[in-house]
Design a protein around this ligand. Structure first.
Ligand SMILES: *Cc1c(COP(=O)(O)O)cnc(C)c1O
Length: 400
């Protein structure tokens, strides 16, 4: 891997080798090109960089710590460390790219942020960023999800966002994306579309990756300060792929560091019971970009499921698809049951309640630790689990 990695990927058309790109209607394409050009110039300006740095430090509470899990390591073996994105403001990594996208919107003179949300996590993070910058915020959400994710709907409204119910089709994430894109196209002059992960047409997979790189840059330095070395293994969960690419990006050129992306194996690996896109998907297209995709014979996205609603997406970021083909990252899975076990283990041995998404990474780290008792493992703990406690209690109860 050359030192020009971040210059070479994506290429000028937004491709990571065979994946990514931009396959959208011409009018939308024109707007995306404007955003791309603006991003390339603004994101390199001294003003932009220093304002983002200041926001990260004084508002988000960065750097988030790296923490050594003494009791967990004693029980499972290995040396397990967590990058504590659960301590980032709002309790997850998503605010890292939302603050970046909203800052870009401010520099572009936009008045309104528009996005879709599934479980509501992206909506809450974006509503937070909008409040900070004094921008309007419009979040499109399927009616089914509005009922399921009531606490996040309330949070968005308290933060001043307008929640737009989407009542066509299956009334979930896919329709919410269509609705948000349509709203954006009505007024691209004054608004900007803000995606929730390293997915969608160029330039989003690149922009979101760049804003999440802070996680890896911090973690690498902190881990080195604590141990004097590089971690043997880095583990992160993969939904769209933003928290994982954030931490992986700092280690792509370190051949001795093994990188693991963990997908949800859900209830089983039967169709509709999981969202293991890298493991079982084939090249296809969704939401204007090429990637590994869980799809039927007609190329329509398959139904997906995970106990962690932030991971149930049938596609995945294009950069991950390339890294899989290059064998630079190993993609594995964790089941719902393994995830729930890990959720309780981390809670009871360390006093840290993880998000169910992040608990997938913890579950795989525990396996690695048992198999490699002499090695170190750095886990990206992408978010805190407060949002999941009622669901876990009602569905699984306390561990026996
Ligand atoms: C949304 C979310 C994820 C999944 O998104 P990625 O883009 O794959 O990182 C993971 N963890 C938490 C806490 C989330 O909110």
């Amino acid at each position: 891997m050359s030192t020009n990695y971040f210059k070479n990927y994506p290429d000028t058309e937004g491709f990571f080798e065979a994946y990514g790109g931009s396959f959208i209607p011409p009018n939308l394409q024109k707007e995306m090109e404007k955003i791309t050009d603006a991003y390339y110039s603004i994101s390199k300006s001294h003003h932009f960089i220093s304002e983002l740095r200041s926001i990260r430090k004084h508002y988000q509470g960065r750097p988030t710590p790296v923490y050594y899990c003494n009791r967990l390591s004693t029980k499972y073996g290995g040396r397990i460390y967590l990058k504590r994105e659960d301590l980032n403001h709002t309790g997850a990594h998503k605010l890292n790219h939302c603050m970046g996208e909203a800052l870009l919107a401010k520099y572009l003179g936009k008045k309104k942020l528009i996005a879709e949300t599934g479980a509501g996590q992206h909506g809450v993070a974006l509503a937070t960023a909008a409040a900070y910058f004094g921008l309007e915020c419009e979040i499109h959400m399927g009616e089914v999800d509005i009922v399921k994710e009531h606490p996040n709907v309330v949070r968005m409204k308290i933060l001043g966002a307008k929640v737009v119910p989407v009542s066509f089709g299956l009334k979930t994430l896919k329709e919410a994306v269509d609705s948000a894109f349509a709203a954006y196209m009505e007024d691209p002059e004054n608004s900007i579309y803000c995606i929730g992960s390293v997915v969608g047409p160029h330039p989003f997979p690149m922009m979101v990756r760049d804003f999440q790189r802070v996680v890896g840059i911090e973690a690498k330095e902190q881990f080195h300060d604590m141990t004097g070395e590089l971690p043997d293994n880095v583990v992160a969960c993969v939904g769209g792929g933003s928290n994982s690419i954030g931490i992986f990006s700092a280690f792509l050129e370190d051949e001795e560091v093994k990188l693991y992306g963990i997908e949800p194996a859900g209830r089983s690996l039967n169709l509709g019971d999981h969202a293991a896109t890298m493991t079982l998907g084939t090249p296809g297209m969704i939401h204007g970009f090429k990637c590994y995709l869980l799809q039927d014979e007609k190329g329509e996205p398959s139904p997906v499921y995970s106990v962690a609603s932030g991971l149930d997406y049938p596609g995945v970021g294009p950069e991950h698809c390339m890294l899989k083909d290059l064998k630079k990252v190993i993609y594995e899975t964790a089941t719902d049951d393994e995830t729930i076990d890990a959720f309780y283990e981390l809670s009871r041995l360390e006093g840290i309640i993880p998000a169910l998404e992040s608990a997938h990474a913890v579950a795989y780290a525990l396996k690695l630790a048992k198999e490699n008792p002499r090695q170190s493992i750095l886990v990206n703990l992408s978010g805190r689990g407060d949002k999941d406690v009622d669901y876990v209690m009602e569905t699984y109860g306390l561990p026996k």
